[in-house]
Design a protein around this ligand. Structure first.
Ligand code: SF4
Length: 475
């Protein structure tokens, strides 16, 4: 008698790094013979890949685990896996609060997901958290592991793990460890491999991508290997990745303003494959708050680098992250944030109300927490400033013909296609002919809103090389 294969579902919370880890966990489960399903009701294994950046992340996790207790009891053999940053932080607490969890694994041992599931089946529940990354290529950079990508035309490529900074509001260094750069040749080889599978857009991924290679150079100096050429840095990597045949678009996230170098802007400008988009997190416009946050730059230096970036890279779109109500933020500090945000003229901004994350320095600054009603009022004022520049930037594009990468039917109207421009702007348009997901087309921009553009289809530039369903039929 043949039994049907076991099935799984992976639920991801948090940033691109987590989404990429989920792809790898899914790839490992695929390789182990399990089948992906959409619904927990059909699954034998549920993986919760957690994040501790988001507000109330722990309440949500333990709430989800409460529901999954009944799910698990409903069918024999079901298993629950908790992975990611919150698992790394909470460790044994996960199984203390939800003892029905089968596997708890952290950020440094994603590659062990299926081994730990087998272990749990045979010997019972297990928590395995490593304090730091293991120096082993597969463990350190699980890009070498199989991955189940959601799309066939673009891919994330991990170039670095961990972070050497100590931003007062951020838990990442505690849960992801020190910065380790992936060997240059490995990154370039992975991009060649992705291009051979039909991927045309890659996003280089790390917590602080523009410090890529610094640790490799330090190791080279420490080893006395100074006669040879110094190991490449981020700008060299961007150039090499852009040169891979078949790659039409290169993006990266996230850079840190402190480490943004003119060489990177020059590399972006020189390679036509590198998209004209820079995510450039401000966090605050007040030098006093930036110092409290340990960000390592002043507003003036930030704006100077931004001016240089725009002078070097034609038609550059800029996005940012800003925190409102960091502990101790005064009215004067906030006014400075408004001034800098207005001067920076962002294309879009992710604005956040400060919320303390357990384990961070900022969470201990309780006596300086800002009154929530004051923060709410500041948040609204900032929203108006950033939306004003976003809509102005979008209106300036009306009448232009933009290249878009087709992402699929719009969520609201399946007759409308959504594409993304090189500047990372969403454009909604109705195609005059069938277009496939992953195709490149030109669209004339005819309308602008703060968060998207609308346009009219002009021509198809390139079909995807892979066979995927048609996004929408014309007429
Ligand atoms: S640079 Fe700062 S915000 Fe970014 S991951 Fe590192 S500590 Fe966190």
């Amino acid at each position: 008698m043949t039994s049907s294969p076991r099935s799984y579902v992976v639920r991801t919370y948090g940033c691109q790094m987590n989404e990429h880890d989920s792809e790898r966990i899914a790839g490992l489960l695929d390789a182990d013979g399990l089948v992906a399903v959409d619904d927990e009701a059909d699954a034998d294994v549920v993986v919760l890949n957690t994040c501790c950046i988001r507000e109330n992340a722990d309440n949500k996790l333990y709430g989800n685990l409460g529901h999954l207790k009944r799910w698990k009891e409903a069918k024999e053999g079901r298993q629950i896996v908790v992975s990611g940053c919150l698992a790394q932080k909470d460790r044994d607490l996960v199984r203390q609060k939800a003892p029905w969890t089968d596997v708890v694994l952290g950020t440094h041992n994603v590659h062990r997901a299926t081994d730990l599931l087998h272990h749990a089946s045979e010997h019972g529940p297990i928590t395995e958290i490593l304090d730091e990354a293991v120096i082993d290529d597969h463990a350190l950079f699980p890009s070498a592991l199989p991955a189940r990508r959601e799309t066939s035309y673009n891919a994330w490529v991990t170039i670095q793990i961990g972070c050497d900074n100590s931003c007062a509001f951020c838990i990442v260094p505690a849960v992801r460890g020190a910065e380790i750069s992936r060997p240059f040749d490995d990154v370039v080889a992975e991009v060649h491999d992705l291009a051979s599978q039909g991927v045309t857009e890659v996003t280089l991924l790390g917590q602080n991508v523009n410090s890529y290679g610094r640790d490799l150079q330090l190791a080279q100096r420490r080893d006395g290997d100074t006669g040879a050429k110094l190991r490449p840095l981020f700008a060299d990597l961007v150039t090499a990745v852009a040169a891979v045949p078949g790659i039409r678009r290169v993006r990266f996230t996230s850079p840190h303003p402190k480490d943004m170098r003119p060489e990177t802007f020059a590399a972006m400008a020189a390679a036509p494959q590198v998209c004209e988009h820079l995510h450039y997190p401000l966090q605050s416009g007040s030098d006093r708050v930036l110092s409290l946050m340990h960000r390592g730059y002043t507003a003036e230096r930030y704006l100077e680098r931004l001016t240089l970036a725009r002078a070097t890279i034609a038609d550059l779109a800029v996005s940012t992250d800003i925190i409102v109500g960091f502990p101790g933020e005064t009215d004067a500090d906030f006014e400075r944030t408004l001034e800098v945000a207005a001067a920076a003229e962002y294309d879009y901004a992710f604005t956040f109300i400060f919320s303390p994350r357990e384990g961070t320095e900022a969470a201990t600054m309780t006596e300086h927490f800002v009154d929530p009603s004051v923060v709410a009022e500041r948040f609204e004022r900032l929203r108006i400033v950033v939306e004003r520049s976003a809509i102005a930037k979008h209106r300036a594009r009306i009448g232009r013909v933009e290249e878009v990468l087709v992402e699929g039917p719009s969520k609201r109207d399946p007759e409308v296609i959504t594409g993304r421009t090189r500047q990372n702007k969403l454009v909604h348009f109705r195609p005059a002919q069938p277009v496939r997901i992953g195709a490149y087309a030109t669209v004339e921009v005819t309308g602008a809103a703060p968060h998207h553009l609308t346009g009219e289809f002009r021509e198809l530039l390139a079909e995807p090389s892979h066979k995927r369903r048609i996004a929408v039929a014309a007429g």
